[in-house]
Design a protein around this ligand. Structure first.
Ligand SMILES: [Zn+2]
Length: 90
């Protein structure tokens, strides 16, 4: 609550946002180190865009994994589905 935004990577700082998404993917693919995971979790507490992304990607990846027998999910597929979800929700 409140409008005191501290360390967020909203739509206006694409550079920062990019590294967040990279980290997000490492975590989701279970390739992040414990340190990276901890950093990411800390960051998510203050970063709504990342948190929303994270929740959505987790759901999408789990869904795909189920239907693709646990194969690694290509990020392009996740993005495609995500964009469809957002279109639908709009
Ligand atoms: Zn972020």
């Amino acid at each position: 609550m409140g409008s005191n935004s501290t360390d967020t990577c909203g739509d206006n700082s694409s550079e920062k946002n990019n590294s967040c998404i990279e980290m997000l993917n490492l975590v989701l693919d279970d390739e992040a180190t414990e340190q990276q995971k901890a950093d990411f979790e800390k960051h998510m507490e203050q970063c709504m865009p990342c948190y929303e992304n994270y929740k959505l990607d987790v759901v999408i990846k789990q869904l795909i994994k189920k239907t693709c027998c646990g194969k690694k999910v290509p990020q392009t597929m996740v993005e495609e589905i995500r964009s469809k979800v957002f279109l639908k929700a709009d």
